[in-house]
Design a protein around this ligand. Structure first.
Ligand SMILES: Nc1ncnc2c1ncn2[C@@H]1O[C@H](COP(=O)(O)OP(=O)(O)OP(=O)(O)O)[C@@H](O)[C@H]1O
Ligand SMILES: [Mg+2]
Length: 402
């Protein structure tokens, strides 16, 4: 089993997916921008080969892959910007897996919504807009509030909630550099994920997580400590409409084998609405949370699914797992952390990871990275106990920068 794996070193979790591929018996050839010397020792130890090629240049990638003379059985990528490149390579190289047409619908948010809608599923009212006039026309049609966002976005960047005409002017100015935008009806409600590892379109593994608060709010207010919690009892009736929506979306988009990460909204009246989906794993440590939810290794089981169409992880769910991302007050270097000792003394038994930046470390850009200045991760079989511990980490642990 020869696997070409795009960007094995970055983002960080790709290193564990590389390990997973090697552990299920694949010969893994990595390809990416990172210089060979810059690869982490962990990645190096699991790679049979590595090609340093700029992934932004598809032709260069194709040439380099062909030059190896290796006949690859799989071409895989779990990093959003290059999921389409992987599909394009598969077609050029005659490798089985998701086609470019299918991959495009997991990336282009308009095409995605068109196909989901065509399957009779509820999506926000939406349209593609290339000019100011088109955006204004959409605003007249949908009314306020609405959402303005890039067609191929990530990390809520350049995504705006717009409540009136004045705000629309501001949002237009701030998205002036975005070539093409999606204009959507703003859907008020709670926000969840639906994550799967699929084999031939059927989830061998599924997960639901909830955002507290919704990502756009978390990204608009620095003082917030965003929380994401995996739901142990995801098969309870309350989540059923979301799961049915998710399964419908997988069918509508012709999902094959691999990871998916979907976001969906639940309105106060119970109606569920599709948000978006990627043919890749979730970022922000959600894969680790899923692993801690059931004491499994999805890095390896994803690899088993794509290589051998088999999944051996235990799908029983033992815990709710909450991650709390922290943002320091002030700028520059971290100076001190208050409340952490007390927190750990009280909840330490439930803490599965604590990776807050330590004094002396430079603050991260909270707008660029969801992980911000680090995180605490807790788990508990009871959801309200989990949320209570998560709230405590949000309010009682404070990081200060100079
Ligand atoms: N139609 C909508 N109604 C309400 N909120 C929305 C809508 N579209 C987007 N949002 C908010 O903006 C956030 C970012 O939008 P979206 O998920 O489409 O973009 P993204 O930048 O690709 O996200 P990600 O952070 O998952 O990469 C959503 O998580 C949600 O909180
Ligand atoms: Mg999103």
């Amino acid at each position: 089993m020869k696997v070409l794996f795009l960007s094995p070193n970055y983002p960080l979790e790709m290193q564990d997916f590389t390990r997973g591929l090697a552990e299920v018996g694949a010969d893994v050839v990595g390809i990416g921008d990172t210089p060979r010397d810059g690869l982490s020792p962990k990645v190096k130890s699991h790679l049979a080969g590595y090609l340093q090629v700029p992934l932004q240049n598809p032709e260069a990638v194709l040439t380099a892959v062909r030059a190896t003379g290796v006949r690859f059985d799989r071409v895989e990528c779990l990093w959003e910007p290059f999921v389409e490149l992987a599909a394009w390579l598969r077609e050029r190289l005659g490798v089985p897996g998701m086609t470019l047409d299918t991959a495009r619908a997991f990336r282009d948010k308009e095409l995605m919504k068109q196909r989901v809608e065509a399957a009779g599923l509820r999506v926000p009212h939406h349209t593609r807009a290339n000019t100011r006039e088109e955006v204004w026309a959409a605003a007249e049609r949908f009314g306020f509030p609405l959402i303005l966002k890039p067609i191929a976005g990530a990390g809520s960047a350049d995504t705006f909630r717009v409540d009136d005409a004045k705000e629309l002017e501001v949002a237009l100015a701030r998205t002036a550099h975005v070539p093409e935008v999606s204009v959507e009806e703003f859907v008020d409600g709670e926000e969840f994920t639906f994550d799967t590892v699929c084999i031939d379109g059927k989830p061998a593994y599924a997960n639901i997580a909830q955002y507290h608060p919704r990502p756009l709010q978390a990204r608009s207010n620095e003082w917030i400590s965003p929380i994401v919690v995996t739901i142990r009892d995801m098969w309870a009736p309350a989540y059923k409409p979301g799961i049915e929506l998710g399964l419908g979306v997988l069918r509508a988009l012709n999902m094959g084998t691999g990871f998916t990460h979907m976001e969906w909204y639940k309105k106060a009246n119970g109606e569920v609405v599709f948000g978006e989906i990627g043919a890749r794993s979730a970022g922000g440590h959600l894969v680790d949370q899923m692993n801690w939810t059931g004491d499994i290794d999805l890095y390896r089981e994803w690899a088993r699914a794509v290589c051998w169409k088999s999944f051996e992880g235990d799908t029983r769910r033992k815990n709710n797992v909450a991650i709390i991302f922290k943002r320091a007050r002030g700028q520059g270097r971290i100076q001190r952390i208050e409340g952490l000792e007390r927190y750990l003394a009280k909840y330490g038994a439930h803490v599965v990871a604590e990776q807050l930046l330590r004094p002396g470390a430079q603050r991260r850009d909270w707008l660029q990275t969801l992980v911000s200045d680090g995180f605490v991760c807790v788990r508990h079989p009871d959801l309200s106990a989990t949320l209570q511990m998560a709230q405590a980490a949000a309010t009682d642990v404070t990081m200060y920068a100079e």
